[in-house]
Design a binder for this molecule. Structure first.
Ligand code: SAM
Length: 317
Protein backbone atom coordinates (compact mmCIF):
# COMPACT_ATOMS: atom_id res chain seq x y z
CA UNK A 1 0.00 0.00 0.00
CA UNK A 2 1.39 3.43 -0.92
CA UNK A 3 1.89 6.15 1.69
CA UNK A 4 -0.97 8.13 0.14
CA UNK A 5 -3.32 5.13 0.23
CA UNK A 6 -2.44 4.66 3.88
CA UNK A 7 -3.19 8.34 4.57
CA UNK A 8 -6.48 8.02 2.68
CA UNK A 9 -7.61 5.01 4.72
CA UNK A 10 -6.62 6.61 8.02
CA UNK A 11 -8.48 9.82 7.18
CA UNK A 12 -11.56 7.90 6.02
CA UNK A 13 -11.63 5.81 9.18
CA UNK A 14 -11.17 8.78 11.51
CA UNK A 15 -13.11 11.52 9.70
CA UNK A 16 -15.27 9.84 7.05
CA UNK A 17 -14.92 9.03 3.36
CA UNK A 18 -15.98 12.44 1.91
CA UNK A 19 -13.32 14.29 3.95
CA UNK A 20 -10.65 11.72 2.99
CA UNK A 21 -11.49 12.01 -0.73
CA UNK A 22 -11.32 15.80 -0.70
CA UNK A 23 -8.19 16.07 1.43
CA UNK A 24 -6.19 13.39 -0.38
CA UNK A 25 -7.05 15.03 -3.70
CA UNK A 26 -5.89 18.41 -2.34
CA UNK A 27 -2.71 16.74 -0.93
CA UNK A 28 -1.84 15.13 -4.29
CA UNK A 29 -2.46 18.33 -6.23
CA UNK A 30 -0.28 20.36 -3.87
CA UNK A 31 2.60 17.86 -4.15
CA UNK A 32 2.37 17.77 -7.95
CA UNK A 33 2.82 21.56 -8.07
CA UNK A 34 6.49 21.18 -7.08
CA UNK A 35 8.77 20.82 -10.10
CA UNK A 36 10.88 18.13 -8.38
CA UNK A 37 8.01 15.99 -7.11
CA UNK A 38 8.18 13.40 -9.91
CA UNK A 39 11.98 13.11 -9.52
CA UNK A 40 11.62 12.59 -5.78
CA UNK A 41 8.98 9.89 -6.36
CA UNK A 42 11.26 8.10 -8.80
CA UNK A 43 14.17 8.32 -6.34
CA UNK A 44 11.91 6.95 -3.60
CA UNK A 45 10.83 4.06 -5.82
CA UNK A 46 14.48 3.11 -6.49
CA UNK A 47 15.21 2.68 -2.77
CA UNK A 48 16.16 -0.88 -1.76
CA UNK A 49 13.39 -3.16 -0.52
CA UNK A 50 14.36 -4.00 3.05
CA UNK A 51 12.48 -5.47 5.97
CA UNK A 52 10.39 -2.67 7.44
CA UNK A 53 10.54 -1.80 11.13
CA UNK A 54 11.21 1.20 13.30
CA UNK A 55 12.26 2.24 16.76
CA UNK A 56 13.54 5.30 18.58
CA UNK A 57 16.90 4.71 20.21
CA UNK A 58 18.72 7.49 22.05
CA UNK A 59 16.53 10.01 20.21
CA UNK A 60 17.38 8.58 16.77
CA UNK A 61 14.64 7.19 14.53
CA UNK A 62 16.09 3.89 13.28
CA UNK A 63 14.03 2.55 10.39
CA UNK A 64 14.47 -0.52 8.18
CA UNK A 65 16.96 -3.36 8.35
CA UNK A 66 20.55 -2.55 7.36
CA UNK A 67 21.13 -2.59 3.61
CA UNK A 68 24.11 -4.36 2.06
CA UNK A 69 25.16 -1.42 -0.14
CA UNK A 70 25.34 1.58 2.24
CA UNK A 71 27.39 3.73 -0.16
CA UNK A 72 24.68 3.42 -2.84
CA UNK A 73 21.91 4.13 -0.35
CA UNK A 74 23.82 7.15 1.01
CA UNK A 75 23.87 8.69 -2.49
CA UNK A 76 20.17 7.90 -2.97
CA UNK A 77 19.25 9.56 0.33
CA UNK A 78 21.35 12.60 -0.54
CA UNK A 79 18.95 13.38 -3.38
CA UNK A 80 16.53 14.51 -0.62
CA UNK A 81 18.91 17.06 0.93
CA UNK A 82 18.49 19.21 3.02
CA UNK A 83 17.58 16.85 5.86
CA UNK A 84 16.64 19.16 8.74
CA UNK A 85 14.80 17.16 11.43
CA UNK A 86 16.12 14.03 13.08
CA UNK A 87 18.47 12.29 13.84
CA UNK A 88 17.62 9.43 11.53
CA UNK A 89 19.13 6.11 10.53
CA UNK A 90 17.51 4.68 7.39
CA UNK A 91 18.46 1.25 6.09
CA UNK A 92 21.58 1.46 8.26
CA UNK A 93 22.67 4.87 6.90
CA UNK A 94 22.99 7.50 9.64
CA UNK A 95 21.58 10.90 8.62
CA UNK A 96 23.06 13.65 10.75
CA UNK A 97 20.27 16.19 10.34
CA UNK A 98 20.66 19.95 10.82
CA UNK A 99 18.66 19.77 14.04
CA UNK A 100 19.08 17.45 16.97
CA UNK A 101 15.29 17.48 17.24
CA UNK A 102 15.55 14.88 19.98
CA UNK A 103 16.80 17.67 22.27
CA UNK A 104 13.49 19.51 21.84
CA UNK A 105 11.57 16.30 22.42
CA UNK A 106 13.56 15.61 25.60
CA UNK A 107 12.62 19.05 26.94
CA UNK A 108 8.89 18.37 26.63
CA UNK A 109 8.40 14.59 26.80
CA UNK A 110 8.13 14.28 30.57
CA UNK A 111 5.41 16.96 30.67
CA UNK A 112 2.98 15.30 28.26
CA UNK A 113 1.10 12.01 28.49
CA UNK A 114 0.14 11.05 24.93
CA UNK A 115 -1.11 7.54 25.69
CA UNK A 116 -3.98 6.59 23.39
CA UNK A 117 -4.27 10.14 22.08
CA UNK A 118 -5.05 11.28 18.57
CA UNK A 119 -2.59 14.07 17.77
CA UNK A 120 -2.31 16.84 15.19
CA UNK A 121 1.23 18.15 14.59
CA UNK A 122 1.07 21.50 12.78
CA UNK A 123 4.21 22.32 10.81
CA UNK A 124 5.43 18.76 11.23
CA UNK A 125 8.38 18.98 8.81
CA UNK A 126 9.28 15.42 7.78
CA UNK A 127 7.17 14.12 10.71
CA UNK A 128 10.18 13.07 12.82
CA UNK A 129 8.26 14.05 15.96
CA UNK A 130 5.32 11.85 14.94
CA UNK A 131 7.50 8.80 15.54
CA UNK A 132 8.45 10.16 18.98
CA UNK A 133 4.72 10.65 19.69
CA UNK A 134 3.88 7.07 18.67
CA UNK A 135 6.77 5.79 20.81
CA UNK A 136 5.26 7.79 23.69
CA UNK A 137 1.94 5.96 23.26
CA UNK A 138 -0.07 8.15 20.87
CA UNK A 139 -2.77 6.17 19.07
CA UNK A 140 -2.55 8.10 15.81
CA UNK A 141 -0.70 11.18 14.54
CA UNK A 142 -1.62 13.41 11.63
CA UNK A 143 0.97 16.05 10.75
CA UNK A 144 0.50 18.84 8.25
CA UNK A 145 3.22 20.72 6.41
CA UNK A 146 3.15 22.58 3.07
CA UNK A 147 6.83 21.97 2.16
CA UNK A 148 6.83 19.27 -0.50
CA UNK A 149 10.42 18.15 0.15
CA UNK A 150 9.54 17.31 3.75
CA UNK A 151 6.59 15.23 2.56
CA UNK A 152 8.95 13.43 0.16
CA UNK A 153 11.31 12.76 3.10
CA UNK A 154 8.38 11.42 5.11
CA UNK A 155 7.60 8.98 2.29
CA UNK A 156 11.26 7.90 2.26
CA UNK A 157 11.18 7.34 6.02
CA UNK A 158 7.98 5.30 5.72
CA UNK A 159 9.59 3.23 2.97
CA UNK A 160 11.95 1.94 5.67
CA UNK A 161 9.68 2.15 8.72
CA UNK A 162 6.62 0.53 7.18
CA UNK A 163 2.96 1.23 7.89
CA UNK A 164 2.39 3.06 11.15
CA UNK A 165 -0.25 5.57 12.25
CA UNK A 166 2.10 8.53 11.62
CA UNK A 167 0.64 10.40 8.63
CA UNK A 168 1.65 13.65 6.96
CA UNK A 169 -0.75 15.86 4.99
CA UNK A 170 0.76 18.30 2.48
CA UNK A 171 -1.08 21.41 3.61
CA UNK A 172 -0.92 24.52 5.70
CA UNK A 173 -3.04 24.48 8.84
CA UNK A 174 -5.35 27.09 7.34
CA UNK A 175 -5.95 24.89 4.28
CA UNK A 176 -7.20 21.86 6.23
CA UNK A 177 -10.98 21.31 6.17
CA UNK A 178 -12.73 22.57 9.30
CA UNK A 179 -14.14 19.08 9.85
CA UNK A 180 -10.61 17.78 10.61
CA UNK A 181 -11.05 18.44 14.31
CA UNK A 182 -11.68 16.77 17.66
CA UNK A 183 -8.01 15.96 18.34
CA UNK A 184 -6.88 15.17 21.89
CA UNK A 185 -3.65 17.12 21.42
CA UNK A 186 -2.27 19.66 19.00
CA UNK A 187 1.40 20.54 18.62
CA UNK A 188 2.59 23.78 17.04
CA UNK A 189 6.37 23.89 17.18
CA UNK A 190 8.40 26.44 15.26
CA UNK A 191 5.38 27.90 13.45
CA UNK A 192 3.92 30.80 15.49
CA UNK A 193 6.74 33.24 14.70
CA UNK A 194 6.20 32.61 10.99
CA UNK A 195 2.56 33.75 11.26
CA UNK A 196 1.67 37.41 10.70
CA UNK A 197 -1.32 37.15 13.07
CA UNK A 198 -0.36 35.11 16.16
CA UNK A 199 -3.84 35.26 17.72
CA UNK A 200 -5.38 33.90 14.55
CA UNK A 201 -2.93 30.95 14.71
CA UNK A 202 -3.71 30.28 18.39
CA UNK A 203 -7.47 30.39 17.63
CA UNK A 204 -7.01 28.04 14.67
CA UNK A 205 -5.12 25.53 16.84
CA UNK A 206 -7.92 25.60 19.43
CA UNK A 207 -10.54 24.91 16.76
CA UNK A 208 -8.84 21.56 15.99
CA UNK A 209 -9.13 20.21 19.55
CA UNK A 210 -11.93 18.50 21.43
CA UNK A 211 -13.08 20.35 24.57
CA UNK A 212 -10.42 19.72 27.23
CA UNK A 213 -7.77 18.89 24.60
CA UNK A 214 -4.18 20.03 25.10
CA UNK A 215 -1.78 22.33 23.25
CA UNK A 216 1.99 22.12 23.07
CA UNK A 217 3.27 25.41 21.67
CA UNK A 218 6.96 25.94 20.97
CA UNK A 219 8.17 29.25 19.62
CA UNK A 220 10.88 31.90 19.68
CA UNK A 221 10.55 34.38 22.51
CA UNK A 222 12.31 37.48 23.77
CA UNK A 223 14.08 37.35 27.13
CA UNK A 224 12.83 39.84 29.71
CA UNK A 225 10.18 40.42 32.37
CA UNK A 226 7.83 42.81 30.53
CA UNK A 227 5.17 42.28 27.90
CA UNK A 228 7.02 43.64 24.89
CA UNK A 229 7.09 42.18 21.39
CA UNK A 230 10.13 42.45 19.16
CA UNK A 231 9.15 42.89 15.52
CA UNK A 232 12.31 42.30 13.48
CA UNK A 233 12.62 45.20 11.00
CA UNK A 234 14.08 42.89 8.36
CA UNK A 235 15.61 39.44 8.76
CA UNK A 236 15.98 37.64 12.07
CA UNK A 237 18.89 35.17 12.38
CA UNK A 238 19.03 35.13 8.58
CA UNK A 239 15.33 34.20 8.32
CA UNK A 240 13.09 36.47 6.23
CA UNK A 241 9.74 35.45 7.69
CA UNK A 242 10.02 35.93 11.46
CA UNK A 243 7.22 38.35 12.34
CA UNK A 244 7.18 38.64 16.13
CA UNK A 245 9.12 37.60 19.22
CA UNK A 246 6.98 38.14 22.35
CA UNK A 247 8.28 37.97 25.89
CA UNK A 248 7.04 35.04 27.93
CA UNK A 249 4.50 37.33 29.63
CA UNK A 250 3.20 38.66 26.31
CA UNK A 251 2.80 35.14 24.94
CA UNK A 252 0.82 34.19 28.05
CA UNK A 253 -1.41 37.22 27.36
CA UNK A 254 -1.92 36.07 23.77
CA UNK A 255 -2.88 32.57 24.95
CA UNK A 256 -5.32 34.02 27.50
CA UNK A 257 -6.83 36.33 24.89
CA UNK A 258 -7.31 33.33 22.62
CA UNK A 259 -9.26 31.55 25.37
CA UNK A 260 -6.76 28.93 26.53
CA UNK A 261 -6.64 27.80 30.17
CA UNK A 262 -4.02 26.01 32.30
CA UNK A 263 -1.25 28.00 30.62
CA UNK A 264 2.19 26.86 31.75
CA UNK A 265 5.68 27.55 30.42
CA UNK A 266 7.70 24.37 30.88
CA UNK A 267 10.98 25.36 29.25
CA UNK A 268 13.07 28.27 27.92
CA UNK A 269 16.30 27.32 26.15
CA UNK A 270 18.79 29.22 23.97
CA UNK A 271 19.51 27.32 20.78
CA UNK A 272 23.12 26.18 20.61
CA UNK A 273 25.31 25.15 17.68
CA UNK A 274 25.22 21.65 19.15
CA UNK A 275 21.46 21.49 18.59
CA UNK A 276 21.31 23.26 15.18
CA UNK A 277 24.26 23.11 12.81
CA UNK A 278 25.50 22.56 9.30
CA UNK A 279 26.16 18.89 8.49
CA UNK A 280 26.90 16.91 5.35
CA UNK A 281 23.12 16.25 5.17
CA UNK A 282 22.25 19.97 5.49
CA UNK A 283 25.23 21.65 3.82
CA UNK A 284 23.79 25.18 3.78
CA UNK A 285 24.07 28.02 6.30
CA UNK A 286 22.88 27.12 9.79
CA UNK A 287 22.85 28.74 13.24
CA UNK A 288 26.55 29.65 13.47
CA UNK A 289 26.23 31.82 10.36
CA UNK A 290 23.09 33.43 11.81
CA UNK A 291 24.84 34.69 14.94
CA UNK A 292 27.10 37.71 15.32
CA UNK A 293 30.78 36.86 14.84
CA UNK A 294 31.63 39.18 17.77
CA UNK A 295 28.91 38.31 20.27
CA UNK A 296 27.09 34.94 20.23
CA UNK A 297 24.32 36.49 22.37
CA UNK A 298 23.28 38.46 19.29
CA UNK A 299 22.13 37.51 15.82
CA UNK A 300 24.06 38.82 12.83
CA UNK A 301 21.41 41.57 12.60
CA UNK A 302 22.27 42.65 16.19
CA UNK A 303 19.05 41.25 17.73
CA UNK A 304 18.86 38.87 20.73
CA UNK A 305 19.99 35.34 19.83
CA UNK A 306 17.30 32.62 19.38
CA UNK A 307 15.59 31.67 22.65
CA UNK A 308 12.81 29.08 22.44
CA UNK A 309 10.01 28.47 24.92
CA UNK A 310 7.55 25.59 25.28
CA UNK A 311 4.06 26.26 26.62
CA UNK A 312 1.29 23.88 27.62
CA UNK A 313 -2.36 24.99 27.58
CA UNK A 314 -5.85 23.47 27.47
CA UNK A 315 -8.98 24.18 25.49
CA UNK A 316 -11.73 24.77 28.07
CA UNK A 317 -14.18 21.88 28.56
C1 SAM B 1 10.75 25.84 11.84
S1 SAM B 1 9.97 24.48 11.09
C2 SAM B 1 9.50 23.54 12.52
C3 SAM B 1 9.41 22.08 12.26
C4 SAM B 1 9.11 21.22 13.49
N1 SAM B 1 7.76 21.46 13.97
C5 SAM B 1 10.10 21.51 14.58
O1 SAM B 1 9.69 22.00 15.63
O2 SAM B 1 11.27 21.22 14.40
C6 SAM B 1 8.43 25.19 10.58
C7 SAM B 1 7.62 24.26 9.69
O3 SAM B 1 6.30 24.80 9.55
C8 SAM B 1 5.89 24.66 8.22
N2 SAM B 1 4.86 25.69 8.01
C9 SAM B 1 5.03 26.99 7.63
N3 SAM B 1 3.84 27.62 7.58
C10 SAM B 1 2.90 26.70 7.94
C11 SAM B 1 1.48 26.75 8.06
N4 SAM B 1 0.80 27.86 7.80
N5 SAM B 1 0.82 25.63 8.45
C12 SAM B 1 1.52 24.50 8.72
N6 SAM B 1 2.86 24.40 8.61
C13 SAM B 1 3.55 25.49 8.23
C14 SAM B 1 7.16 24.79 7.39
O4 SAM B 1 7.05 24.16 6.12
C15 SAM B 1 8.19 24.11 8.30
O5 SAM B 1 8.34 22.75 8.00
Amino acid sequence: MSVTQSLDLALAEAFGRPLANALVDQHAKWLARHGNWDDWCQARDRLPALAQRWRIQDGCLIAGEDCDQPAVLTEQLKSFIPWRKGPLCLGGVAIDTEWRSDFKWARLAEHVDLRDEQVLDVGAGNAYFGWCMLAAGARQVFGCDPTQLFVAQHEVIRHFAGPAPNHLIAARLEDLPQALNGFDRVFSMGVLYHRRDPLEHLNALKARLRPGGGLILETLILDGPGDQVLVPPDRYANMRNVHALPTRKRLEQWLQASGWTGIECIDCTYTTSYEQRQTEWMPFHSLSKALSADDPKLTREGLPAPLRAIFLAQKPV
